[in-house]
Ligand binder design. Structure first.
Ligand SMILES: [Zn+2]
Length: 455
């Protein structure tokens, strides 16, 4: 079906211009000031025309033991769509002990097939680094899993020698390794110490994961990395940022992702009565950190703003962890509010241009994760994933209005200007105002490929 997005202000990382976009068969066929066509017209007068958001860090359907997030694949993707995000790359939980590297991506792919309402990729996860696992890397990458994550804390922690092997193999296979960078030794010691001292209020969650532990872990990874590309997920501190900046000066390829929570919230939230809601790893940081991260968002040191969407409910946080921060299921929802929050705080507040905005939330993540130019850009030949953006609409964020399946939002009560009006995925209108217009299964797996873009 042919559609014509007419009279909008089209935004790319380079420029903003008035024009029309002709879509045929889900693909952008033409972009020009005035296109004449018999296609069905979608009127974008007075609206910005952005590429759909690309959120490369979500945890949908996550299950850790007896703890399960609220948002399954369908609910989480529906929430993403309402927030203007048309593509995610999801991080699976660890698979059964001893499982192959293919296991979790294959399992997620199967589950997503009938549930997806937006397009998706799946990250791999390293749970060990023996010969079998290393040998699987090239094949998994050839199936579109071009990025895989390693944890430096939690149960599936890898040693430095593991990381060395992984980075090397990933580099030669055209993949990128993502790291959750927190130093395990420091954290274990402090959790134990605060536990013994009976210091178990939410603020000790932050105190037990100090900024130094992030910086130390990043330094450690980059010391090992050589010229292998490294992607640091959810960067949260000024100290960690400094390590990354220095490594770049030394010629290392390292990408930095941060999330709205590390830009907009700080550790004072742990002192509130509902402080338990904000337990996530890494924790919320100081005002000095949020300032440093905003500066990095502005000057280009941050590449990506994703969410780490992980929707354990507040009810479960209380049920499992009231009175002991160590037992609280960590994580917070955010996939639906990412674009409005960053637009409002970034663009409306005059910190960044709308062009930088689309670079951070769509183009750069699509490039780094190997989905570009199919995703992440408004160009002829790309998928027609388009958001008609109302830059004047102001709403107060409330869990009651959101579509996520989670009983709270960390951003409750924040007044935000700039929301999606209409969301188009592969030429189909998937959201119009308050309505989801497509069926489960419309979202498709993206066969990612980093070689094509040389990122
Ligand atoms: Zn995560």
């Amino acid at each position: 079906m042919k559609r014509l997005v007419k009279n909008g202000k089209i935004v790319t990382p380079e420029k903003t211009f008035k024009g029309d976009i002709l879509i045929d068969d889900g693909i952008i066929k033409d972009i020009a000031p005035h296109i004449k066509s018999d296609a069905e017209v979608i009127d974008a007068s007075g609206l910005f025309v952005l590429h759909g958001g690309v959120d490369v860090h979500t945890h949908l359907n996550l299950k850790l033991g007896d703890r399960q997030v609220g948002d399954g694949f369908y609910e989480g993707m529906r929430a993403a769509a309402f927030g203007g995000t048309t593509t995610i790359v999801d991080h699976p939980e660890g698979g059964p002990k001893g499982c192959s590297l293919h296991h979790q991506p294959d399992y997620y792919k199967k589950l997503l097939l009938s549930e997806a309402v937006i397009d998706y990729g799946i990250h791999g996860i390293f749970q060990r680094a023996d010969e079998d696992i290393l040998n699987e890397i090239p094949e998994l990458i050839s199936k579109g899993v071009t990025s895989m994550k390693a944890y430096l804390t939690y149960d599936d922690m890898l040693t430095n020698s593991d990381i060395d092997k992984i980075l090397n193999k990933m580099k030669h296979s055209g993949g990128i390794t993502a790291f959750h960078a927190e130093d395990d030794t420091t954290i274990k010691y402090l959790r134990d110490k605060y536990g013994k001292e009976g210091k178990l209020a939410p603020i000790y969650h932050a105190k037990s994961r100090p900024a130094e532990s992030e910086a130390l872990a990043i330094q450690n990874i980059l010391d090992i990395a050589g010229d292998a590309p490294v992607y640091i997920v959810h960067l949260s501190t000024r100290l960690g940022l400094e390590v990354i900046k220095k490594a770049r000066l030394d010629g290392k390829t390292v990408y930095a992702e941060t999330c709205p929570q590390y830009l907009l919230l700080d550790e004072s939230y742990y002192e509130r009565e509902d402080g338990i809601k904000y337990i996530m790893a890494p924790p919320l940081r100081t005002k000095e950190d949020t300032d440093a991260l905003w500066k990095a968002v502005i000057n280009g040191d941050i590449d990506v703003i994703a969410t780490d969407h992980c929707s354990f409910s507040c009810a479960d946080k209380i049920k499992f962890g009231q009175g002991d921060f160590r037992k609280v299921p960590g994580g917070a929802p955010g996939v639906e509010t990412r674009l409005p929050l960053i637009f409002s705080e970034g663009v409306i507040n005059g910190r960044i241009s709308i062009n930088r905005f689309v670079e951070l939330v769509a183009e750069k993540p699509a490039q780094i994760m190997g989905m570009y130019p199919k995703k992440g850009c408004i160009k002829i030949g790309a998928d027609a994933d388009i958001v008609l953006w109302d830059a004047e609409l102001t709403k107060t964020i409330s869990v009651k209005e959101l579509h996520q399946k989670c009983d709270y939002t960390p951003y409750e009560g924040m007044e935000v200007t700039g929301w999606p009006r209409t969301v188009i995925l592969k030429g189909e209108i998937i959201v119009n105002k308050d309505e989801l217009l497509i069926e489960k299964g419309f979202g498709e797996y993206i066969n990612r490929n980093r070689k094509a873009i040389g990122a």
